[in-house]
Design a protein. Structure first.
Length: 289
């Protein structure tokens, strides 16, 4: 387990990436809680896998698609790694917006539920085969440098997102018994509701009427990380969002619940391996092409 306060973060500077993965994962590399500063779509094809998005978890079935918005903490619990198969699509917010117009917003499928809810839709067999075809074609167009590859990439990406949105339009709201214990769900909810305050483990314990040691043990058992580390990580991802929106690093610091810029800057740099200002400039450079 990491000794610092990182729950693991992914910074997306490439517009889009798509991979059809079979196993290729080591047990020691699995981190339950992590986040990306872009979107993630995961199409589950095989393996004994549960997915967690903050306060909710679900045992996945072949044909399930998990739709994960930027900065949402999520992770996996695997009991059958060799048979784990999936298509994973990651893309930047700016890239998705480049496909939108006055009539179409391709991000709608990610907004069916609040970002701390597990947003899963299920495909029938015919839909599943279609998405596998599109996903494999998209992955190939990204890797292939042949003439017109960039045009095919945009075509397959738009087809994938349009069809996901069409399925999501008529998909029922997900109802399932969450695999996350109730006390841990209460912790997640309390952190979300009070993130920009001077939040501490002791404050959470006082409000939830539990011993702080018990809360920390319960949270770490599910997530793999101490509760204090998660609070810090959530504040840092909120600061990320403000930086991408154009707020100054100083403003992003205080808007995300920090009261000391030096402490914020140090933690941000240690977590993301880049300073707040450098991160903001790199995002702006990527957006401008």
């Amino acid at each position: 387990m990491k000794k610092d306060y990182n729950c693991q973060f992914g910074l997306l500077y490439k517009d889009v990436n798509c991979e059809h993965k079979k196993a290729r994962i080591n047990p020691e590399d699995i981190s339950l809680l992590h986040s990306h500063d872009g979107y993630e779509v995961v199409l589950y094809l095989g393996g004994d896998v549960s997915i967690y998005v903050e306060a909710e978890g679900k045992q996945m079935e072949r044909g399930d698609i998990a739709l994960i918005p930027p900065n949402s903490f999520h992770g996996l619990y695997l009991t059958d790694i060799p048979s784990y198969e999936r298509i994973v699509l990651n893309f930047r917010e700016e890239y998705l917006r480049s496909f939108n117009d006055t009539e179409t917003d391709l991000s709608l499928c990610f907004k069916r539920l609040p970002e701390n809810r597990l947003n899963v839709i299920h495909l029938n067999d015919e839909q599943l085969q279609d998405f596998i075809r599109i996903g494999d074609s998209l992955a190939d167009s990204i890797e292939n440098s042949a003439f017109g590859g960039n045009i095919l990439q945009r075509a397959f990406f738009s087809e994938f997102l349009v069809k996901i949105n069409r399925v999501a339009e008529t998909a029922p709201q997900p109802y399932y018994s969450s695999t996350v214990p109730p006390v841990v769900k209460k912790i997640f909810d309390f952190v979300t509701e009070n993130l920009t305050s001077d939040l501490t483990v002791e404050m959470i314990a006082l409000n939830l009427h539990h011993n702080s040691d018990y809360l920390n043990r319960s949270f770490k058992k599910v997530t793999g990380y101490p509760l204090k580390h998660y609070i810090i990580a959530k504040k840092l991802t909120l600061a990320q969002q403000y930086l991408r929106q154009g707020y100054s690093p100083y403003d992003a610091c205080f808007m995300s619940g920090y009261n000391n810029y030096s402490s914020f800057s140090r933690r941000f740099t240690e977590a993301f391996k880049i300073s707040p200002k450098a991160y903001q400039l790199k995002c702006q450079s990527a957006e401008n092409g």
